[in-house]
Design a protein around this ligand. Structure first.
Ligand code: 3H9
Length: 693
């Protein structure tokens, strides 16, 4: 018998329990164990019904993603599902944790499903650039109808057990702590009442009404066009659900199979599967084990109640952690507090939080203009002006106030944590916690480990990040850390190209077509040109635009002109003249660039900078750089981030193009030694490790 299968019979009910940590993914071993359990129960004269359940923290979490792209050994998932559906005795799925993807598809092949109230079920394949390829697109619509299936499968969002019960995805909810016994009792009742073997494939009452209804699908496509842009899987999912509604079951299954295989072979899915594992890697720090001790953080202090500080504070208020919020004067403090309130009120209006959550969260703020109020906090995050002397002063003061063992974090986006730490007598307690704007929304947190940062200070920040719903990426000290550093070269090249005569609109279009939400000039107009060029004394296009009263969308337009609804009406002739004037003054040679050239010029230097960040040991691994760019800069996830994308393009091609740029434009383009080395050896940036710091 399979080692991961536990088989027993109780009161006429066979119970097949599969236990394959951590999440019972349907690997070859798990598939074999399920088939063995069902086959044995089918042939067992003592068993009149079968319960399939899992040990550990969850029901099957889906197909084993690490097997994709390799040869799939039999029994395949389809073999497993056939064995279950064809079983002559009623089969009951007993669900706890999350029944996801192939896990839910397996449950949908059982004749009945029961779940504990805390369980969740869903088909999240879309997040991997895939579609449910084991009948999910054909069976789910037969239970919930086409419209609900479209929502569930294209969003990938799981639903709770109660909703699953209401929609008929599960047949009954059972006791939270008595799943096994209750599932057996449920199966016994099926035996006693001679209940039929219900097969989802035979049902059509929920899809009949939509047969031939093309409007439903066309409207769905239209409503989600923006959200689905660039992704392949959502359209394939829609086609499968159309097939479920309009074709006989077996033909629908064939359609699903064909489209699944097409997606599986796509670059987009390869990138999204890479991201799935890369995201989980970021939490792993070679010299700090996952179960390393963390410090207790019951109250957080935030210094600075501006946009950044306020956003940072909200992260903690959202999870019920009280925040002491510090500002220099009462007016700034009150302004900061009322911005937070305004944000919560907007969320409540939109139904994102409950109305009484606004007060609950606001009451967790202790505003103060006196830094000594920070004596009660366990973690202080400083978010003041980005000047080293100011930071040092703040940390020096904090050193005299904070309790022993409190973590002192800076939200600096490019200054040295080591230098800041040196302003205290406890550099081991000092780290960087770099949030991305807006800090309450963007999912990235760069945790910066200084030379002297204590391991438990680092692990506390990594753990806290997860609690506030962020993905933490660990960075060593270095200018701009990871995401800002690698992405800043894209901005540098965009500005340079514009001076060479390339239209900002062409640059924005190329970047948009690549998959970013907007191009760099659209972004600058949105953020405000006064904000972007604030610290610069150099005459730039941005500084001249500001001088001409063009601050961006908010005032006068920027690179683009805008109508009264802030819709762009085209590139501004004023901006174009400023560009020409600055270029002439600097004597910049004019050249043309096609779309491929624009893309290479903007993004190959990002790849190159990533290789430098790795070689310097600032990032732990290439995949961390990808996650930082995806989570911090909305790099399109289906490209996999700059490192994975570069691997897909071919490192050799990137090196030769960079050399061409180097010859033409200077040594800033010289390929990083690590990039050249990997290109020569056939290595991959996405799999590369950072130098040990
Ligand atoms: C599918 O089903 C296709 C079918 O339709 C058709 C096939 C023909 N495979 O997330 P965690 C690993 S596609 C392999 O930290 P949590 C994960 O890498 C699949 N490995 O835990 C990690 O490893 P490590 C559709 C998997 O408690 C460890 O398990 N299903 C898989 O925070 C713990 O994971 C999905 O997309 C997998 N399927 O969350 C569900 N899942 O420790 C994907 C996890 O070495 N999984 N691992 O880093 C999840 O969403 C979460 O893991 C889950 C648990 C919610 C289950």
């Amino acid at each position: 018998m399979s080692e991961i299968l536990n088989y027993s019979v109780e009161n006429d009910v066979a119970v097949a329990t599969i236990d394959s940590p951590p999440v019972n993914a349907l690997s070859h071993a798990v598939r074999s164990a399920v088939v063995e359990g069902v086959t044995r129960a089918g042939a067992d004269p003592k068993a009149k019904a079968v319960v399939i359940r899992c040990g550990g923290r969850t029901f099957f979490a889906g197909a084993d993603i690490s097997e994709f792209g390799k040869e799939i050994r039999t029994p395949t998932l389809h073999d497993v599902l056939e064995a279950i559906e064809a079983c002559a005795k009623p089969v009951v799925a007993a669900i706890h944790g999350t029944a996801l993807g192939g896990g839910l598809e397996l449950a949908l092949c059982c004749h009945y499903r029961v779940a504990v109230p805390s369980a969740k079920v869903g088909l999240p394949e879309v997040a991997l650039g895939l579609l449910p390829g084991a009948g999910g697109t054909q069976r789910l619509p037969r239970i919930v109808g086409a419209a609900a299936a479209l929502d569930m499968i294209t969003s990938g969002k799981p639903i709770g057990a109660q909703q699953a019960l209401e929609t008929g995805v599960v047949d009954a909810l059972v006791g939270e702590t008595s799943l096994r016994a209750d599932a057996i009792a449920f199966a016994q009742k099926l035996i006693d009442t001679k209940a039929p073997l219900k097969r989802v494939r035979d049902r059509d009452e929920k899809i009949k009404a939509d047969r031939g209804n093309t409007k439903l699908f066309d409207e769905f496509r239209k409503a989600h066009a923006r959200e689905f842009r660039g992704f392949k899987a959502p359209e394939s999912i829609i086609k499968c659900i159309e097939a479920a509604v309009n074709l006989p079951f077996n033909e629908g299954m064939k359609r699903e199979r064909d489209l699944f295989l097409e997606l599986l072979a796509s670059k987009e899915s390869a990138a999204q599967r890479y991201v799935f594992f890369a995201e989980r890697q970021t939490a792993k720090i070679p010299d700090i084990p996952a179960d390393a001790p963390v410090r207790d953080v019951k109250r957080v202090g935030v210094i600075g109640a501006g946009t950044m500080g306020g956003g940072i504070a909200m992260n903690f208020l959202n999870i019920g952690v009280p925040v002491t919020l510090i500002e220099q004067n009462e007016e700034a403090l009150q302004r900061g507090v009322s911005v937070i309130r305004g944000n919560y009120e907007t969320s409540a209006k939109k139904g994102k939080i409950k109305p009484d959550d606004v007060e609950k969260r606001m009451q967790l703020i202790a505003p103060s203009t006196d830094m000594s109020a920070l004596a009660q906090t366990d973690l202080v995050i400083e978010a003041v002006y980005e000047t080293m002397s100011i930071k040092k002063e703040v940390f020096g003061k904090l050193d005299g106030i904070a309790r022993k063992g409190a973590i002192l974090a800076s939200n600096t986006s490019y200054l040295s944590i080591d230098e800041i730490a040196a302003a205290t007598t406890r550099p081991e307690d000092v780290i960087g916690m770099h949030f991305f704007s807006p800090a309450n929304v963007m999912p990235l947190l760069e945790v910066v480990r200084g030379r002297k940062s204590a391991k438990d200070a680092v692990s506390t920040a990594m753990t806290l990040a997860k609690k506030i719903g962020k993905t933490a990426v660990l960075s060593r000290v270095g200018p701009g850390f990871i995401a800002n550093r690698v992405m800043s070269v894209r901005g540098r090249e965009a500005n340079a190209m514009v001076l060479e005569g390339v239209s900002p609109a062409d640059i924005d279009r190329v970047i948009y077509d690549y998959g970013f939400a907007m191009g760099p000039f659209q972004m600058m107009d949105l953020v405000g040109l006064d904000v972007i060029g604030r610290d610069s004394n150099v005459k730039t296009v941005a500084s001249e635009l500001v001088r001409a009263g063009r601050l961006g969308q908010k005032k006068g337009g920027g690179y683009y002109d805008y109508d009264e609804n802030r819709k762009p009406t085209g590139l501004s002739p004023v901006a174009l003249k400023i560009i020409r004037d600055v270029a002439a003054e600097r004597g910049v040679p004019q050249r043309r660039a096609d779309d491929a050239e624009i893309l290479a010029r903007l993004l190959y230097p990002v790849v190159n900078e990533g290789a430098k960040v790795l070689a310097e040991g600032v990032a732990l691994r290439g995949s961390d750089i990808d996650i930082a760019c995806i989570k911090g800069y909305n790099w399109p996830v289906y490209r996999g981030g700059p490192m994975h994308w570069a691997d897909a393009v071919g490192l050799g091609d990137i090196v030769s193009k960079l050399k061409e740029f180097e010859k033409r434009l200077g040594e800033a383009f010289a390929p990083a030694p690590l990039l050249e080395k990997l290109a020569k050896e056939g290595g991959r940036l996405g799999a590369a490790q950072g130098a040990s710091a």
